[in-house]
Design a protein around this ligand. Structure first.
Ligand code: DC
Length: 210
């Protein structure tokens, strides 16, 4: 059964695409960003410093129930997740859990930043999902408006660019496409079109591999 790696920056559509791929190919799915978000939330709740490696590492020992906390999905926790994820010891602490999931006999879909490069370098199909910062900020903006919040578009765009820069510039497992990743730019695609394109790309890759 295949392992499918889906990487890309925040709000690129990678989570929706990865979930749809898991449904289409009937594979278990792991959103690895949630693990970093749980560390971010844990460090915040314990009043510790996300930029201090020892504090962030201590926060890796979180109870599984934290993965169901709705606060994990907030923009603020996304920012904290990005900050704790620069520490090599944090990445190492979360490694086995992700690698074991990818090693499932039944195959798996994982999404994140370093799935195709570090967690599952032998994945059968790798997608790298991108979209312009403006397109991604617009998506986040609309999403927050539907939740009744009144975000500032400029702040949202600045946050997205800051997170991309931090995730791409870090020394440990930076956000970058694996050499054998298939690129999918979703800037001008509806979610349905992006999902259909992703399914076609992965199907083509899996068939080519026999
Ligand atoms: O995918 P997300 O927005 O939930 O991820 C939150 C942060 O976690 C992201 O900005 C960087 C970090 N992350 C990571 O470093 N490696 C991963 N595989 C997944 C997420």
């Amino acid at each position: 059964m295949p392992v499918i790696a889906v990487d890309g920056p925040s709000a690129s559509g990678k989570g929706t695409i990865a979930r749809a791929l898991a449904g289409h190919f009937d594979l278990p799915y792991l959103d690895t960003g949630l693990l970093y978000r749980a560390v971010g939330l844990n460090v915040a709740r314990s009043g510790k410093d996300p930029d201090h490696e020892a504090d962030a590492l201590a926060a890796c020992d979180f109870p599984d129930i934290l993965l169901d906390d709705p606060e994990l999905r907030s923009e603020a926790i996304g920012g904290l997740a990005s900050r704790v994820s620069v520490h090599p010891s944090v990445r190492a602490a979360l490694f086995d859990r992700q690698r074991n999931f990818a090693a499932h006999d039944g195959g798996a879909v994982l999404d994140g930043r370093d799935i195709g490069t570090v967690i599952a370098p032998d994945a059968d199909a790798k997608l790298f999902i991108t979209a312009s910062p403006e397109a991604r900020a617009t998506r986040r903006f609309k999403e927050m408006m539907t939740k009744g919040e009144k975000p500032s578009f400029d702040n949202m765009l600045a946050d997205i660019i800051a997170r991309d820069t931090r995730d791409s510039a870090r020394a440990a497992a930076p956000l970058k496409p694996a050499e054998d990743a298939l690129l999918l730019d979703t800037s001008d695609l509806t979610i349905d079109a992006a999902v259909q394109r992703a399914i076609a790309l992965v199907s083509g890759k899996l068939q080519a591999a026999g």
